[in-house]
Design a protein around this ligand. Structure first.
Ligand code: ATP
Ligand code: MG
Length: 375
């Protein structure tokens, strides 16, 4: 039995020596902080062995154990330390292998744009890092695809718009020249030319106006002056504004609202979006067909649905309908629209935190706009 004071002394010596060894280990870790994980793990093993050896030496100095015991203790410690070092190196090797394979995956992703997780089993943290990287690359991929689609639709838009503007401008010029040179002189033709020049000018003005609206939407510069209005009133106004077009085409137009439906919207902008939907519906509905606008509330959202008798839209066109400059085959005829109406409608509805969608229904298709209901 060793006396208490001697025991306390041994503890103090051993702790002091271990602390010194620990401090040396920490300093070494700091100095080597940029080195490989394997080196750092070797330092940890070395510090542990050093602390134990320092403790044993401290006890020997107090002459509490015999030389023989000391040799045995030191040998055991060194063997233990060597085994520990081996295990550390093995762990370091595994970590380095995992990191390298992750690095290879990242490099390959840089070349191919597709990230594939390494096949080997990674330690939890590296596996988590790999999963995060995988998600990040997927998001990046999706963003790139969106960017490409937007870019190509912009290019198409420029091509189509310049074509759409050039054709009527050439016609206007030809008519103006004919009038100027008095190539046409009979009153009826002159009147017809004047009317045509006016109509074409109106169409071009509307197209330029649409382009301006679209560029404001894309630039995020759409300033909404929101007011509380009843969605039913907006529907009535839209019906009143598009009635002459429907009558001229022989299409029955009907508007209907269920309830008060208060919404906080920019009435002018939302009216424009609804008008675009209704004008499309009338344009694509044959004579004697019907167009119906219904406003209501559902699951805490207000909605306006515009149904027509267009005969259905091809399924492959449905997802692209709201793209800038998209026009169905039949619509790509001279005098048709520029393919801006639905893109504008979507931009306006989304600026109001709403959603717009389309589906085939009944004798035609149904566009539906959902908006948050005002409190
Ligand atoms: N109610 C509808 N019924 C059938 N097809 C539709 C309807 N609304 C839109 N489409 C199809 O979607 C295309 C895009 O519509 P959008 O309103 O964006 O352009 P547009 O009417 O051709 O031209 P713009 O509106 O610029 O004058 C149309 O060309 C047409 O093919
Ligand atoms: Mg349109």
């Amino acid at each position: 039995m060793i006396p208490f004071t001697a025991f306390a002394e041994v503890v103090a010596y051993a702790a002091g020596a271990a602390l010194l060894a620990g401090a040396a280990g920490v300093s070494a870790l700091y100095a080597l902080r940029g080195r490989s994980i394997a080196t750092l793990l070797a330092v940890v093993s070395a510090a542990t062995v050093l602390a134990t050896v320092a403790g044993i030496v401290a006890i020997t100095l107090k002459m509490l154990i015999s030389d023989h015991d000391r040799s045995v203790a030191l040998t055991v410690t060194v063997i233990g330390g060597l085994v520990g070092l081996g295990v550390s190196l093995l762990l370091g090797h595994r970590l380095i292998g995992g990191t390298r394979s992750l690095l290879v995956s990242v490099r390959r992703a840089g070349e191919s744009g597709r990230f594939r997780l390494p096949e080997r089993r990674l330690p939890a943290e590296l596996a988590e890092l790999g999963t995060e990287l995988s998600t990040a690359y997927e998001n990046l991929d999706a963003a790139r695809a969106r960017e490409r689609a937007l870019e190509s639709s912009r290019r198409e838009l420029v091509a189509w718009v310049s074509h759409d503007l050039r054709t009527p401008l050439a016609g206007l010029r030809a008519m103006a020249e004919a009038l100027e040179d008095e190539v046409v002189a009979d009153r009826a033709t002159v009147r017809q030319y004047h009317a045509q020049i006016r109509a074409e000018t109106d169409r071009l003005t509307a197209m330029v106006d649409d382009l301006f609206e679209l560029s404001r939407i894309h630039a995020g510069a759409l300033r909404l002056s929101r007011q509380r209005v009843g969605l039913g009133d907006l529907v009535s106004e839209t019906v009143a504004g598009t009635e002459p077009l429907a009558r001229a085409k022989g299409v029955r137009l009907r508007g209907q609202a269920q309830g008060a439906l208060p919404v906080e919207v920019d009435a002018a902008e939302l009216g424009r979006a609804l008008r675009n939907l209704v004008v499309n519906a009338i344009r694509h509905t044959p004579e004697d067909g019907g167009v119906e606008i219904v406003a209501g509330a559902e699951e805490g959202m207000a909605y306006v649905a515009v149904s027509d008798a267009c005969g259905g839209i091809p399924d492959e066109d449905l997802p692209r309908l709201f793209d800038v400059a998209f026009r169905g085959e039949a619509a790509r005829t001279p005098g048709g629209g520029a393919g801006l109406g639905l893109a504008i409608a979507r931009g306006i509805v989304e600026a109001h935190a709403g959603q717009i969608g389309v589906s085939n229904a009944g004798p035609g298709c149904r566009f539906i706009v959902r908006l948050p209901l005002g409190a």
